[in-house]
Design a protein around this ligand. Sequence first.
Ligand code: HEC
Ligand code: HEC
Ligand code: HEC
Ligand code: HEC
Ligand code: HEC
Length: 220
Amino acid sequence: MSQVFPKKLDGVLRIGCFITALMFLFVLLTLIGLTRSSWVTGENRFTEQPIPFSHRHHAGELQIDCRYCHTSVETSAQAGLPPTETCMTCHSQLYTQDEVTAPIRRSWTEDKPIRWKRVIELPDFVYFAHNVHVNNGVACTECHGRVDRMPLMSQAHHYTMGWCLECHKDPARRLRPEEEVFSPEWSPPDHQQREEIAEFLMKKYDVELSRLTECSSCHR
Ligand code: HEC
Ligand code: HEC
Ligand code: HEC
Ligand code: HEC
Ligand code: HEC
């Protein structure tokens, strides 16, 4: 049989095929990686705000309670964002000459609210409520991460259906006693106690497992 290409070229072609296959694999892996990456899910991405507000300073170092600013978190679906008045309780005296806090004073004197941009936003077809979680032992940091360490707010998780369900299927070990819901840090003393506390809290909050995985709980 006569060869179409000279022997030497055959080797080159083979290497060519090999490289093409490698490149294909690379592109495929990149695409798979990309759909799961934080770039798509928004995890750890910072949102530019009108004022670079630091939770690390305010909730971490100064230990201001979450509820001081997010006043409706125990009573309604929304946690709520603080009005300028809340900032002014301190910033009418503190940092009154600084450029970083100028937008607070401007908002106050012009009587125009500060336009905070939302960091986390679920699609409209999902029902979520803060009060049911917070009043049943689910701590802020379970869902928002260590905000007390965040100089700027970022998404601690990708808030997908899978993420919600991971807890809804088995929430026992992620519940806290009610007095620990707002503290950034809490862990039960040891493993034995963790299991006992988990069981105790499931009874105490009367958590109904079957309802938590029903479609209609979150899609109403
Ligand atoms: C002194 C006021 C103040 C305190 C205290 C405070 N926050 Fe905030 N929080 C804000 C402001 C202002 C924003 C909007 C700007 C931003 O996103 O950083 C915000 C935004 C957030 C967001 C992002 C919401 C979104 O989707 O846009 C989360 C989550 C949050 N806070 C959680 C907490 C938790 C948890 C605590 C307690 C550990 C806490 N905050 C304490 C003022 C406060
Ligand atoms: C309970 C008092 C208190 C409240 C309420 C408060 N702050 Fe502050 N803020 C402080 C103190 C104290 C500092 C100085 C922190 C430092 O430098 O360690 C500060 C610092 C700042 C700074 C300077 C940059 C930084 O983080 O060091 C900005 C900006 C700021 N606050 C914005 C806000 C905004 C916006 C609000 C309202 C949502 C607010 N603060 C509510 C006490 C408060
Ligand atoms: C079970 C998970 C979970 C817990 C617990 C939780 N959050 Fe949230 N939070 C979310 C989700 C999801 C969103 C986005 C809601 C949306 O887009 O409708 C959100 C949004 C927010 C927002 C912005 C929008 C709003 O509701 O006003 C703030 C502020 C906030 N959370 C603060 C808190 C604080 C403070 C706590 C604890 C007291 C807390 N969250 C506990 C999951 C949680
Ligand atoms: C614990 C809350 C929760 C439960 C229970 C739940 N979902 Fe979802 N679902 C979500 C959230 C959050 C999203 C939006 C984020 C996302 O797309 O992952 C979503 C998105 C979806 C979507 C949009 C497609 C997609 O993947 O983006 C469909 C379809 C859906 N859910 C169907 C269902 C069905 C069917 C059930 C019951 C078997 C169910 N869900 C139960 C929270 C829930
Ligand atoms: C860390 C655990 C945890 C995570 C994460 C979580 N939940 Fe929940 N959720 C709970 C617990 C615990 C309850 C309350 C059970 C009860 O009422 O006894 C609850 C209750 C609910 C309810 C009320 C159900 C009903 O009909 O009573 C809704 C709606 C809900 N969750 C939506 C969501 C959505 C949407 C997400 C994701 C964005 C989410 N949850 C993430 C633990 C969690």
